[in-house]
Write a protein that binds this ligand. Sequence first.
Ligand SMILES: Cc1cc2nc3c(=O)[nH]c(=O)nc-3n(C[C@H](O)[C@H](O)[C@H](O)COP(=O)(O)O)c2cc1C
Length: 334
Amino acid sequence: MRIDRKSLSNAIARANLAPSVHNTQPTRWRIDGNGIITLMLDSNRILSIGDPEGRDARLSLGAALEGTRLALSEIGVEIRHMEAAGNQKCDQFQPVLHLDCKPNNNVEPLQYSKYVDERFTWRGGFLPASSELKHGLVEVTEKADSLTVIDDVDDITWFADINDNASLSFFRDKAYRNELISWMRFSSKDSRWASDGLSTRALGMTRAEAIGANFVLRSPAFEILDGMGLAKAIVSENKKTRTASAIALFHRPVEEDPIESGVAYYQYLLALAAAGFSTWPMAVLADAEGPRVEISKKFGLPSTHRLLNVLRIGLAPLTAEKNRARLSAGTLMV
Ligand SMILES: Cc1cc2nc3c(=O)[nH]c(=O)nc-3n(C[C@H](O)[C@H](O)[C@H](O)COP(=O)(O)O)c2cc1C
């Protein structure tokens, strides 16, 4: 029995609801007639400044792989076997994994598939969580050996401060800032507003703030404002960070392929969504060596693990909009 192409295309659109760095959505899917789905990396969507080794792109592909597994389970398709694609010569699209798929009437939707729609990155202030919800958070994180959770108020304040410092040093790097700006969508008139990147709405900005950001983040305004001592206030997330119920350190074995880390990352985000929590990463704290080493030491992470991300965890308001811009299935299937 063949897999119906329309269902597959819907499944791929759902798989791509997985998180990705800067919402670059670097994963592409190629389907051949024998039930083989190949996951590919679009090299045009790897951040050459922010992610020169392609670690975040591979981690994002890992999340999309987990998304694929969940979405296929919803249409009764099992992945029988998975194989690395090896080092093939390629242009824009680099084959990464072959999935051998087959329809199977016994396949049921996987546990977390129903939270795929609910999960999203919330970049506003969090609401206080009840002790019952916090108990749910403990239940998720106790089972998670790659998450170290910190809920001490003084520690959360410390993270708010070091996040602002680390962000400022990244923003001072003009090439990094320009790359980020190229993925920011400042106006709904931008044709890519609903398809990829970081819309100012998803970043939690009002329209006036978006207009301001489009000016102050660019050169020479940023450098001038920095010279006046105002840049830190511009990039600060301090007040919002302090409202988080907890901070989670996501750390994985040093030698692990980031694809595997990405699978685990998405599973954790969905488990947290199932417990009612939203997350908001502070990736700069894992990307910059200074904070990464300091955090790993302060919170006793195993020396065999590398800190890959730091998450703010909390309760998003019920009125929070998801604002998830995504590429069409037609673009994702190559
Ligand atoms: C490796 C990785 C790093 C990320 N780092 C950040 C970050 O530092 N700050 C942030 O606001 N979002 C970060 N994100 C979240 C993405 O921007 C987000 O997943 C993407 O915009 C899609 O939106 P959604 O999660 O709401 O579906 C990161 C995501 C990944 C996979």
